[in-house]
Design a binder for this molecule. Structure first.
Ligand code: 6OD
Length: 481
């Protein structure tokens, strides 16, 4: 049986306390993972602290060169990373290739470019008597950063945080989700091959207790986290006594607004991705679809047809579009919402249960892609994040009504607007109370643009220079001339 170790100062460290990593596809045990207790967390933080001085004083362009080399090494071992992502998550291999691993490569290259081009603000200040002062800001790293990443896009999100953190001269202790431990440990060997010094990147495996030991450790200078709003809130409480900075990308209850003048086929393509991609397990996925009344029936019928054409099954098959949910516990949660929706009076247009996929797969955490009609914003399935392959379709009449319905949520991560009228697209997109507002597309990313949410969806923005702002401190130097 494969084992997965912690990584501390370049060493693969076993703890003796192991847990099983279960395949979401079959329910079989895939690996045994060594769980880090407080003592290993302490060692990992100490290793990161010991490596900080040398790494933070390595010239920026040398750090950028190393990050580009990391990207090259991931490309060389592309298939190994794909296999690790597929094993951990059960998602189709094609999606692991196109989304997760390709983005890991892009993340390292993008932040190597961003840090290479980064400048600092400076101001020449006129003083009375003809004198001047020069103000300029110097960037230094936060220090030792705790990186806590979820199970849905484990490598994409890990590298989205590790690349800018290292670019800025920080050292990191990573805690991946207990459900997807493989790629964080695999990445350690790539970083080491590329020449990143031992101790710059450390990994501790485990559950909430490991994460808590990490974020409440006095040696942690900042926390970056993507995951649930509840966990974000408890991390905030853990760092509050020491007033450490946090960057949080949390849950969402994302809306799509479809106007009657939308291009139907393109909208159906976009909505199919935005509702069902990664089995609905992306923080950006759409769970509420507001449709202008004249096209409601046509759009609903089209989306039902698309949902029926999704192919669940073996992730290695080229025609598989949809994997299982990540765990039994998560499937129970999603199924609770399937039942709750019907209790609230929903009409289930498609799906609603567990599919039968035959021997070899029925032990996994499969679930049917599902669409509902007949619910409204007062119903819990439209207010709480479900994180599964499901959306509710709700009719609207006017633009103002659609905006009000979409913004009627405590979350505020992402939205999409679908219309042929581009002026209306701009207007409505700007009225969305979210961090990411798409028009006639979804999850189209430029890694230099700001990424994050408002309300319960998070604190701060990452991406391009916004990541540098989180992962570094600015000291203003003022020189009287
Ligand atoms: O695309 C990204 O950079 C990003 N942070 C995606 C997050 C997805 C959350 O599930």
């Amino acid at each position: 049986m494969r084992t997965i170790s912690n990584v501390i100062a370049g060493e693969y460290v076993e703890s003796g306390a192991v847990y099983d990593k279960i395949s979401p596809v079959s329910g079989d045990v895939l690996a045994r993972v060594h769980e880090a207790g407080p003592e290993l967390v302490d060692r990992a933080v100490a290793a990161a602290r010991a490596a900080l001085e040398a790494w933070s004083t390595t010239p920026v362009l040398s750090r950028a060169t190393l990050l580009r080399r990391v990207a090259d090494r991931i490309e060389e071992r592309f298939d190994e990373f794909v296999a690790a992502v597929v094993g951990d998550t059960g998602k189709p291999a094609a999606q692991a290739r196109e989304l997760d691993v390709a983005r890991a490569v892009a993340n390292f290259r993008a932040f190597a470019d961003v840090i290479s081009a980064a400048g600092q603000p400076s101001f020449l200040t006129d003083l009375p008597g003809g004198r001047q002062a020069l103000n300029y800001a110097v960037r230094s790293p936060l220090g030792v950063v705790a990186v806590i990443v979820p199970w849905n896009l484990p490598l994409l999100l890990l590298t989205w945080k590790v690349a800018p953190a290292l670019a800025c001269g920080n050292t990191v202790v990573v805690k991946p989700s207990e459900l997807t431990p493989s790629t964080a440990t695999l990445l350690a060997s790539v970083l080491s091959d590329a020449g990143v010094p031992d101790g710059v990147y450390n990994v501790v495996h485990g559950f909430g207790a490991t994460g808590h030991a990490l974020v409440s450790h006095p040696g942690i200078d900042g926390v970056t986290f993507t995951g649930s709003t509840a966990t974000g809130s408890s991390i905030m409480a853990a760092v509050a006594p020491r007033v450490r900075p946090v960057s949080f990308e949390l849950g969402g209850k994302n809306a799509a607004i479809v106007f009657a003048d939308a291009s139907l086929d393109a909208t159906l393509d976009g909505l199919t991705r935005s509702v069902f991609a990664n089995t609905g397990q992306v923080c950006l996925c759409t769970e509420r679809v507001y449709v202008q009344r004249p096209i409601f029936d046509e759009l609903a019928a089209g989306l039902v047809e698309r949902a029926r054409s999704l192919r669940l099954g073996d992730p290695s098959r080229a025609d598989t579009t949809t994997g299982p949910l990540i765990s039994q516990e998560h499937r129970e949660k999603v199924l609770r919402y399937y039942r709750m929706a019907e209790e609230c009076g929903a009409k289930t247009l498609v799906g609603g249960g567990i599919p039968s996929l035959g021997a070899g797969l029925d032990g996994g955490w499969w679930i049917e892609p599902t669409l509902w009609a007949g619910l409204s914003n007062v119903d819990r399935p439209l207010r709480e994040e479900i994180f599964g392959p499901v959306a509710a379709l709700v009719p609207f009449d006017t633009e103002d009504e659609a905006v009000a319905l979409a913004n009627d949520t405590d979350y505020g991560l992402a939205s999409s607007v679908w219309t042929r009228d581009i002026s209306k697209g701009h207007r409505v997109a700007q009225r969305m109370r979210v961090g990411l507002s798409w028009v006639n597309t979804w999850f189209l990313r430029d890694l230099r643009s700001p990424f994050g949410g408002v309300g319960l969806s998070g604190i701060g923005r990452e991406g391009g220079g916004f990541s540098l702002d989180f992962y570094s401190e600015l000291t203003n130097v003022c020189v009287a001339l």
